[in-house]
Design a protein around this ligand. Structure first.
Ligand code: C2E
Ligand code: CA
Ligand code: CA
Length: 552
């Protein structure tokens, strides 16, 4: 019966001779069970040291008369090391006298599995680096000793592109390469882990701010070295945020938060760089958070207002159209400039909701103007993300038809940024709107990066020269040449040219001579609440307001 049991079962007398051994014992030592009896461990165990250990335990059990539990290792007949969970029990029988009864359970596989589980819980299965759970454990000692250390938050700049365009297999291989480089750069006193996705954290112990910066420069270089996967040469850069203990905080959470804020700044400044945490940086991050939270409720809280800035005819000086410009007066933070909240709204996706508000308000305004017999085209700014949101076109059409505004009385202004994303979709939405009569302007022209090819593809009516070129076009020959070239280009494509940011008579003379069709700028009117513009138009003040010099 005991031969059926897969565990080792045996009994030895006081001299260490076996008086009983089951099949399992026989198998592990490669000797028939009958032969084992009358032998001692030292007679057949492949490892003499182990045999001596068995004997020591047996003697202890005999001496104390107590059960003993032992975790032990044995080397078997083939030289494999097995891990055993053993229990030895003293006995005294009338036939054999006193002795030791033993049962061993082979736990080699179970222990290996447990070790694997423990390893996986602490390491990233893909890269083999420790995972985020190990960070706190590693920081315990430096924090206890109040050591100066630096925490580096690293984020790959274009991993998403690699992953999305080349697939997860390539993405995974890429992460492995980068992780191996990090592990190679790590000094034995330091720590690196995969924090998640394409984020990594380095902890540099006993380091100065300068040393942490120097190390970060090295990291930037090492990450930027090309990697070859499946015959393709891939490169990525990374951005790094650095926070230092004790200067920037003592606990893991505070340092992480600050390193993250610094990382955000490094990304905002253009990526592929490192940034140390500073107090001002935190203010900027906090303000962003305030703005984000405030913006979500701005439309409901009636904190948004639509302004409009007239656009005048370059020859007659008459108001021909206007641009709708959004204003936000936050109850908590006061007025926030659009240059601050619009980019944040674009980044966070709030632009859809805000943009819809602007479109509705602009259509209501246009309807009110038409009802008062005022004929002024009105355009709204539409950001790339908003334009590409599913349902944008339908929403735009529904809004103008429901407010009773003829499509040719409104327009959209888009920047070249639209062309950096999904060009096909953007073109299709804009063409369809243009077919209905909605005008399309390309805004801030000259500051984008896209090819000129799109000027032919898009259904454009107006080209607006960015005010940064208009600003110095009179004094600076380079800017003058640029403006001249842009106007020529626009004329060849039969687009109407709007010069933005016109502030002086000198600019007016230059721009008019060069052939600009329309002017927008403080010289004629600043942006004003749409109601004010209406009163101004009704008073006929436009006629007596700014009078342009007669064309030469
Ligand atoms: P933009 O589309 O280029 O709008 C023209 C900006 O130039 C306005 O700034 C206007 O006040 C300013 N400006 C006009 N004339 C002059 C001038 O003579 N001198 C100077 N220095 N500036 C002049 P604003 O209103 O601060 O808007 C800034 C930007 O915010 C806009 O630039 C536009 O990109 C964005 N924005 C404003 N409203 C909206 C909106 O409803 N939706 C979207 N997506 N963006 C908007
Ligand atoms: Ca604009
Ligand atoms: Ca503009």
């Amino acid at each position: 019966m005991i031969d059926l049991v897969p565990h080792f079962i045996f009994a030895k007398d006081t001299s260490g001779r076996y008086i009983l051994a089951n099949e399992a014992v026989a198998k592990v030592y490669g000797i028939p069970a009958e032969q084992i009896c009358q032998m001692r461990d030292a007679d057949f165990a492949p490892n003499a040291e182990e045999a001596a250990g068995f004997r020591r335990d047996d003697l202890e059990v005999l001496r104390t008369g107590k059960i003993k539990h032992i975790n032990e290792v044995i080397t078997d007949y083939d030289g494999n090391v097995r891990e055993l969970m053993t229990t030895k029990v003293p006995f005294d029988s009338p036939e054999t006298g006193p002795g030791v009864l033993g049962i061993c359970i082979d736990v080699t596989e179970r222990n290996a599995a447990l070790r694997k589980i423990a390893y996986l819980a602490e390491h990233c299965h893909l890269t083999g680096l420790p995972n985020r759970s190990q960070l706190a454990a590693f920081l315990e000692e430096p924090i206890r000793n109040a050591e100066p250390y630096a925490l580096l938050f690293i984020d790959l700049d274009n991993f998403k592109t690699i992953n999305d365009s080349l697939g997860h297999k390539v993405g995974d291989a890429f992460l492995k390469y980068i992780s191996a480089r990090f592990e190679q750069m790590r000094e034995s006193k330091d720590f690196v882990c995969r924090f998640g996705g394409d984020e990594f954290i380095f902890v540099l112990r006993n380091t100065s701010a300068d040393a942490a910066s120097a190390f970060s420069s090295k990291l930037l270089r090492i990450v930027a070295e090309p990697v070859t996967i499946e015959g393709m040469t891939l490169t990525s850069t990374c951005s790094i945020g650095i926070a230092k203990s004790p200067e920037h905080g003592m606990t893991k959470n505070v340092l992480m938060k600050r390193a993250d804020a610094a990382l955000y700044k490094a990304k905002a400044r253009g990526r592929n760089m490192f940034q140390c945490y500073s107090e001002e940086l935190q203010h900027a991050v906090d303000r962003r958070l305030f703005i984000y939270n405030g913006l979500q409720a701005a439309a409901c809280n009636a904190e948004l207002e639509l302004y409009a800035q007239p656009i005048v005819d370059a020859q007659s000086g008459a108001y021909t159209s206007a641009e709708a410009l959004l204003r936000w007066r936050s109850r908590e933070l006061g007025p926030i400039p659009p240059d601050e909240f619009i980019p944040l709204a674009e980044e966070t996706g709030l632009i859809g909701m805000i943009g819809n508000w602007v479109i509705e308000e602009a259509c209501r305004t246009q309807r009110a103007w038409l009802d008062r017999g005022i004929d002024l085209h009105l355009s709204v700014n539409v950001s790339a993300r908003q334009l590409l949101e599913p349902g944008f076109e339908r929403y735009f059409r529904e809004t103008y038809s429901m407010t009773g505004v003829p499509p040719e009385k409104i327009g959209v202004e888009i920047t070249e940024g639209v062309l950096l994303g999904d060009v096909e979709s953007a073109c299709s939405v804009l063409s369809s709107l243009a077919d209905s009569g909605v005008t399309v302007s390309v805004d801030d022209f000259g500051v984008g990066y896209s090819s000129l090819n799109y000027l032919r593809k898009l259904p454009l009516t107006f080209l607006k020269i960015d005010r940064s070129f208009v600003k110095d076009c009179v004094e600076n020959p380079d800017d003058a040449a640029l403006v001249r070239t842009i106007i020529m280009l626009a004329k060849n494509l039969r687009l109407k040219v709007v010069a933005e940011g016109v502030e002086t008579e000198a600019q007016v003379s230059f721009l008019r001579a060069e052939g600009a069709d329309l002017f927008q700028g403080y010289l004629f009117a600043k942006p004003m609440p749409v109601g004010d513009l209406l009163s101004r138009l009704e008073d006929g003040r436009t006629k007596t307001g700014h009078v342009l010099q007669a064309p030469r």
